[in-house]
Design a protein around this ligand. Structure first.
Ligand SMILES: NC(=O)c1ccc[n+]([C@@H]2O[C@H](COP(=O)([O-])OP(=O)(O)OC[C@H]3O[C@@H](n4cnc5c(N)ncnc54)[C@H](OP(=O)(O)O)[C@@H]3O)[C@@H](O)[C@H]2O)c1
Length: 253
């Protein structure tokens, strides 16, 4: 009985950032729970994740989508609907980081981070909402960050973008909760992915971070599978506008 709450059979999930890191684990996890997957990715010749999804017995289409290209971003959800007939779940997991002292932070980096992390999340949510709201159902999961709450160090654009993602999640939830669409965020703590290579390789920073995490270790991409299935499934039908921290306890400290 309870297991039914977490099943995604027959659901269609559109996922950004599915080529690597957290997004890849989430795409595979949703597929394992029963969903067919549209991978919104910029390199159509990268087939490994599509093949892993197909090995699980699910259907997977790659939708060409460079998040730097606003036209492609606007076309992505309509293409998912064209390929699969609908979209039930949207996961905005793609994101980028740029590090520099604030006084040297370039306008180019600022625009790129804000556009990819925040503007494309907004466009994809809006496009998905245009399908989900009239159909009275859908699940949207945005990837926020600890830096939705804290300012971080040498990452002004990233902190601003992730603060925006959290607020966007709440704003859309306030409009769409009564329409059967759940909009929630996952808040990763410090996770060992390519995004954090610079921090992991910096012995001092790495130790400071480890000392501050109650769980005592960096998180792994697989740690997000359970949270994503929960927020994508009927198990979370009355959960709206929530920020679900998966952070080894960081926020509680
Ligand atoms: N790792 C952490 O500690 C952490 C902490 C807090 C929040 N987050 C958030 O969690 C999410 C996943 O992070 P992660 O660490 O798994 O990231 P990651 O390993 O660096 O992977 C980033 C993903 O975003 C995609 N992407 C970047 N630019 C793109 C573009 N122009 N067009 C299409 N796709 C693009 C990448 O695709 P390509 O393979 O094509 O480059 C890749 O799939 C992000 O939103 C991140 O901000 C992560």
């Amino acid at each position: 009985m309870a297991n039914h709450l977490f099943q995604l059979d027959g659901k269609i999930a559109a996922v950004t950032g599915g080529t690597r890191g957290i997004g890849r684990s989430v795409a595979l996890g949703l597929a394992e729970a029963g969903a067919d997957i549209a991978l919104l990715q910029r390199n159509p010749s990268q087939l490994d994740v599509k093949e892993e999804i197909e090995e699980l017995g699910r259907t997977c289409h790659i939708i060409d989508c460079d998040l730097k290209d606003t036209d492609q971003v606007k076309e992505a959800i309509p293409k998912v609907v064209e390929n699969f007939g609908k979209v039930d779940i949207l996961v905005n997991a793609a994101g980028i980081q740029r590090r520099s002292d604030a006084v040297d932070f370039s306008e180019e980096d600022w625009d790129e981070v804000i556009n990819i992390n925040l503007k494309t999340t907004w466009i994809l949510c809006q496009q998905a909402g245009r399908f989900m709201v009239p159909n009275q159902g859908g699940k949207i999961i945005n990837f926020a960050s600890l830096l939705s709450y804290q300012g971080g160090i040498r990452v002004p654009a990233y902190a601003a973008s992730k603060g925006g993602v959290s607020q966007l999640t709440k704003a859309l939830s306030n409009e769409w909760a009564s329409q059967g669409v759940n909009v929630n965020s996952i808040v990763p703590g410090y996770i060992a992915t390519d995004m954090n290579t610079a921090l992991i390789n910096d012995e001092n920073r790495n130790q400071q971070i480890l000392d501050r995490i109650p769980a005592g270790d960096w998180g792994k991409p697989e740690d997000f599978i359970g949270a994503a299935i929960f927020l994508a499934s009927d198990a979370s039908n009355y959960v709206h506008g929530h920020q679900l921290a998966v952070d080894g306890g960081w926020m509680g400290r």
